[in-house]
Structure formats: structure tokens, C-alpha cells
Unconditional design. Structure first.
Length: 102
């Protein structure tokens, strides 16, 4: 089960989350999401648990619990969606444009 963990203190590391979630079962992976430019935490992460039962127990046991001074928001992660081509804001374009005039 893939779990969303939000409202994390920026000081929380992947090992911290693995330690906390492992109390509920096997932790398959932990990924703290970071800013691509600075490498700093964005304050949320995804934890993959080994099975549905341990994932549900972790959600029930950890939602709104304090970790490093902040109350975590823990819920089942929503599946990623691919919005390419489905964006109502328009788009397209891009690529090389030759601005040389004859």
C-alpha cells in the first residue's frame, strides 16, 4: 500500500519515517519529495508498506500524530495521473523557431 505523508518538518529524513512506520509492519520504500533546484524537502513524502493491513494500521495509528514538532497528515496515496494532453489550459508549441528573416 502506498501512503501519503504530509505536513512534515523539513528536518525529517527518510530513516526517521522508516523507523516510525516500521512499527506497523514492513516498510518497502520511503521517498521524501524534494525541490529539484535546492534539494530541500517539500514537507511531504510517500511510504510504501508491504501489505494493505499494515498500511491501514499505519494510517490509523499515525494520522495527526506529532513528529519533530508537527502533526503528520497520513492517508492512502491517490494514484498518479498522466495529464499530458488533457490540460484545459492549452499548451503545445515549443520547439525550435527560426527567427532569421531573409
Amino acid at each position: 500500500m502506498n501512503i501519503y505523508v504530509g505536513n512534515l518538518a523539513y528536518s525529517v529524513g527518510e530513516q526517521d519515517l522508516e523507523r516510525v512506520f516500521s512499527e506497523f509492519g514492513e516498510v518497502v520504500s520511503v521517498k521524501i519529495i524534494t525541490d529539484r533546484d535546492t534539494g530541500h524537502s517539500k514537507g511531504f513524502a510517500f511510504v510504501e508498506m508491504g501489505d494493505e493491513d499494515s498500511g491501514s494500521a499505519a494510517i490509523d495509528g499515525l494520522h495527526d500524530q506529532e513528529l519533530s514538532g508537527r502533526n503528520m497528515k497520513v492517508s492512502k496515496a491517490r494514484p498518479r495521473t498522466n495529464n499530458f494532453g488533457n490540460d484545459r489550459r492549452g499548451g503545445g508549441g515549443g520547439g525550435f523557431r527560426n527567427n532569421n528573416r531573409w
